[in-house]
Design a protein around this ligand. Structure first.
Ligand code: ADP
Length: 476
């Protein structure tokens, strides 16, 4: 069956209904029969006792009046008024019987417990029996009461009454219960179908979504909005697929970056290697004349080797800094010292081009926890760019505060389109000022800043120069 949940629910409902109907039916039958029987017994006993008392008092009067002969007639008259009454003596002889035929009955016709019953009555008790049912041809209850004459029992009055009605009523009750059980089963079937639709549909949807996820379709969503456990499960599943989608997108981006990086590295390596090879071939083949031509080849090779070495060093630095397992020193660094140190080196580069470096460094030291060498390297990269891009006789301003370092130049500035990319690996502008650049400098600077919990910001507009800010949370 397609809808297994519906079948299961129906089976559970049907089983519990059946059990409930059986238990309540049995209980009902037992309680109802018991109660009705009890009421019947009380009523019959009262009636029989009233009859017996009337007989005893009449017999007493007669005895006092000395008219004993009328007693037999009275007994018969009584039996006629109440046809279900038998009056017997101790030997089970009929003194009178409402059932006309009963007086014809012999001792042998009476049921087995008739004797016991009559003896119990003569002993002064009021016993009940159902033993007369066969004899009277229908389910019958019999009560026996003594007819007292003074302190002696003069006769046994047996009152019979049919109990078929009680059994019929009880059977009717059971039938009604069975019918209502069936009706409940019908309702349960409808309910099970409705409920299973409510449960099975979203579950099927989730199963399909899970299937799509296993096939790598991370955009699959259940789209189920329900305020219950199923709804929560569906939401969790949707979140899971969103996470998987994000992870996949990130992995794809990483993969793309890795490929780009490899392509960039190969490209950057190819130029110097080609130049080196060309120069070496010319030298080996003897194409270059000894003297100034050979010297030119040698100096070209030296320049390319230096560029190659710088590129390899930069790559090594970058890959080390990007590796979280690569340790950097963690000492207390006085940024005053670090900047003074860097500015000395930058000054060497700036001076030949008439560039001035304006310093705003406070008198009191500014401390930062970190790696002196790396911080120096970071500031040097930015200062090197500032010098590189500054016009002749330009000015560079370096400012240190308790929570930031800013380096500003008067160069060409950076266009808004380039600005978001200048920290990317191998991103560089191919202009005259930047011929030697590898495009790795700012990427390294940002990694160092990250390692020191610093945030890097750049303010720049084309033609307005550029300002690099290194900002950290609080001074140590
Ligand atoms: P490079 O080694 O080529 O200088 P960087 O990563 O240091 O590489 O810089 C990336 C690019 O950012 C440069 O090519 C240049 O276009 C731009 N840039 C960096 N600093 C400045 C600056 N001070 N003024 C203008 N452009 C800059």
């Amino acid at each position: 069956m397609k809808n297994r949940i519906a079948l299961k629910l129906l089976m559970y409902f049907a089983a519990s209904l059946l059990l409930m109907t059986l238990v309540s039916g049995t209980l009902f039958q037992a309680l109802f029969t018991n109660h009705t029987m009890q009421t019947k017994k009380e009523e019959m006993l009262r009636q029989a006792q009233t009859l017996a008392e009337s007989l005893s008092s009449v017999m007493g009067d007669m005895k006092m009046g000395g008219q004993g002969a009328g007693y037999g007639a009275l007994v018969r008259a009584m039996a006629l008024i109440e046809p279900n009454v038998w009056i017997l003596d101790e030997q089970l002889n009929f003194l009178a019987a409402g059932h006309m035929s009963a007086t014809m009955l012999q001792y042998a016709d009476l049921p087995e417990d008739a004797d016991t019953l009559v003896q119990a009555v003569f002993a002064g008790r009021t016993p009940f029996s159902e033993g007369f049912s066969d004899l009277l041809g229908l389910p019958t209850l019999t009560v026996g009461v003594p007819i007292w004459q003074g302190s002696v029992v003069a006769g046994a009055l047996l009152l019979h009454d049919g109990v078929a009605g009680i059994q019929e009523a009880s059977a009717q009750g059971v039938r009604l219960m069975a019918l209502s059980g069936l009706a409940a089963l019908l309702v349960a079937t409808l309910l099970a179908t409705a409920l299973s639709n409510r449960f099975a549909k979203p579950l099927n949807r989730m199963q399909q979504t899970a299937q799509r996820l296993t096939e790598g379709d991370y955009q699959a969503v259940t789209g189920i909005r329900q305020n219950d456990e199923i709804g929560k499960l569906a939401t969790a599943m949707d979140q899971l697929s969103q996470r998987l989608f994000d992870a996949k997108t990130e992995a794809d981006q990483q993969e793309q970056l890795r490929r780009d990086f490899l392509a960039n590295v190969s490209h950057e390596l190819r130029t110097p290697v080609t130049v080196l090879r060309g120069s070496l071939e010319a030298l080996c083949d003897g194409v270059a004349q000894p003297g100034p031509q050979t010297a030119a080849y040698h100096s070209q090779m030296l320049r390319e080797t230096i560029a190659l070495q710088r590129l390899v060093n930069d790559l090594l630095d970058l890959s080390r800094l990007q590796n979280p397992a690569f340790p950097i020193e963690n000492t207390t660094v006085n940024l005053q010292d670090a900047l003074t140190d860097v500015l000395y080196s930058a000054g060497q580069l700036a001076r030949p081009r008439g560039i001035r470096i304006e310093r705003h460094i406070p008198a009191e030291p500014v401390f930062l926890q970190g790696d002196y060498g790396r911080l120096r390297q970071m500031f040097m990269i930015v200062l090197d760019n500032a010098v590189k891009f500054s016009p002749m006789d330009g000015e560079i301003t370096v400012m240190l505060t308790s929570r930031s370092v800013s380096i500003a130049d008067q160069g060409p500035g950076i266009s808004p389109e380039d600005l978001p990319h200048i920290f990317d690996r191998f991103y560089k502008l191919n202009n005259e000022a930047n011929r030697q650049g590898s495009g790795l400098g700012l990427a390294i600077a940002r990694e160092i800043a990250n390692r020191h919990g610093m945030h890097v910001e750049v303010d720049s507009e084309p033609g307005q120069g550029a300002t690099f800010h290194f900002i950290w949370a609080a001074a140590v």
